[in-house]
Design a protein around this ligand. Structure first.
Ligand SMILES: [Zn+2]
Length: 478
């Protein structure tokens, strides 16, 4: 570990130059701009939440003076990571049911656990837990789909994190809305309330083609047309989904969604595991944002998405963790590492999905997947100042040869030091500034007890150590 002195905040002593809010000074700046510039001794000037200049340390020192200088010398400065798909409150279900396929996991465990436990308070506590974990790992933007999304937006804004947040609409009664018209009314109100917020992009999230009818999917498209809101959905996650939709609709999920006019360049589709070369062409033609979730797909044994072909077609392809109940963490460093390795072993070709391509999927290509590439995903003048400072000299990173290899194969979430979103420091030298870690853990553990109780068959509630049939309880919690 480096000495804390190295990146502690200091008041700038300089008087000359244009005045800005913050200068991230020194450090190896990995811009992820069009030319993939890496500036060895670089600085970034930030004003009003946006990047006003990126250049060499000498150049920025000469032209700018800041209210606050963050010393990044000896560290690497990267664009904030983008988690393209998750269900953030589900962190409270982390480890509740493992080692199952999607259908069994969802219908026997997750849907019943949600029906018995999800309230606005549950969502708030789970969101704070997930946000704290994501900030610690250098994630500055995430795309979510869940219930009570208005509360998620509120917590996300308070924590200072950026989110594309989709209110889930689905064809059965759920925690926040009991009927389809209620759910659509909630979604519209939610979108109108948050539209234009600098951090929150409100979205509509029909769960999947197998849980939302054709008529309802068309209504979602119409609401998206009316409000301009993005649409978040799961597509072609499992072989069973493809078989069922093909049987019912006479087309695979992507073709079916294209045929009914659902797909557009406002859609963000997660998974896309079982898709053909023709479907890749359709996704490219319609400008659909795509999100690969390698660890969740591996854990649920859903399959392996054709990522090398998707990259070859230049799809807007990002990376996501999916919910912590199917991963079981929200760590984007693991997703980039897994992405670069999974496709090599699956194709038996070590040259597919390079470290740089994997890192692009977590940054600039991930921004394209969320249709936010004009705002985030790279360190460039004019973009939002979402910037992460990462250690570069931990044992697992020594010695250093190639920056993308170092970031993708060797760096861990624990190497993230300081996190800035919209120009605001939300973690400094590993100290979370907007969230109370101790309180979050205590509240999460209270929910754990409640969840276990809610799922225990009544006949097993007698013994003191019984936790019910579902939770494989870590009974020796310290
Ligand atoms: Zn998901």
């Amino acid at each position: 570990m480096t000495t804390p002195l190295k990146s502690s905040a200091q008041r700038s002593q300089k008087a000359g130059g244009a005045s800005v809010d913050v200068i991230v000074r020194g450090g190896k700046v990995v811009t992820m701009d069009k030319d993939r510039r890496v500036i060895d001794d670089g600085s970034v000037a930030i004003k009003g939440g946006r990047i006003v200049a990126v250049g060499s340390l000498a150049e920025i020192d000469k032209n700018y003076s800041a209210r606050e200088t963050i010393d990044a010398r000896g560290h690497v400065v990267i664009p904030g990571l983008i988690n393209g798909h998750t269900h953030v409150p589900m962190t409270l279900f982390r480890g509740l049911a493992d080692d199952l396929d999607l259908q069994e996991w969802l219908t026997k465990y997750i849907f019943p656990a949600e029906a018995k436990n999800v309230t606005e308070e549950f969502v708030r506590v789970g969101t704070r837990l997930g946000l704290a974990e994501m900030i610690r790992g250098g994630t500055t933007t995430y795309c979510d789909m869940y219930y009570f999304e208005d509360a998620i937006a509120d917590e996300t804004q308070k924590a200072g994190v950026r989110g594309v947040l989709g209110e889930t609409v689905i064809d059965f009664p759920v925690a926040d809305n009991k009927t389809w018209p209620e759910a659509m009314a909630y979604a519209e109100k939610f979108v109108r309330k948050w539209k234009g917020n600098p951090l929150i992009t409100p979205a509509i999230a029909p769960h999947a083609p197998y849980t939302v009818s054709e008529e309802h999917l068309k209504q979602v498209r119409a609401l998206s047309d009316k409000t301009g809101a993005p649409v978040v959905i799961h597509v072609s996650e499992t072989r069973k989904e493809v078989e069922d939709i093909t049987k019912q609709k006479g087309a695979s999920p992507v073709d079916y969604l294209a045929r009914i006019g659902f797909l557009s360049n406002r859609v963000i589709a997660a998974h896309l595991v079982h898709i053909s070369p023709e479907e890749i062409t359709v996704l490219k033609r319609l400008g659909v944002g795509c999100v690969h979730n390698p660890q969740s797909n591996m854990k649920l044994a859903s399959g392996v998405a054709p990522v090398p072909q998707m990259l070859q077609a230049d799809l807007d392809l990002g990376l996501g963790t999916d919910g912590a109940a199917s991963n079981n963490d929200l760590n984007m460093w693991e997703e980039v590492d897994t992405t670069a390795k999974l496709h090599k072993v699956f194709t038996m070709d070590p040259k597919v999905v390079s470290a740089q391509q994997a890192f692009e999927m977590a940054t600039i290509r991930g921004a394209r997947a969320l249709h936010l590439e004009k705002e985030i995903g790279s360190i460039e003048k004019g973009k939002r100042a979402d910037i992460v400072i990462v250690d570069l000299d931990d044992l697992n990173q020594t010695p250093f040869y190639n920056i993308y290899s170092e970031l993708v194969y060797a760096t861990k979430a624990g190497d993230v030091r300081t996190v800035i979103v919209e120009g605001r420091v939300i973690m400094r030298d590993r100290d979370l500034l907007t969230l109370d870690e101790k309180d979050i853990k205590a509240r999460a553990r209270v929910f754990r007890e409640q969840i276990i109780k809610s799922l225990a068959p009544s006949t097993t509630q007698t013994g003191k150590n019984r936790t019910g049939g579902l939770a494989q309880s870590p009974s020796k919690r310290p």
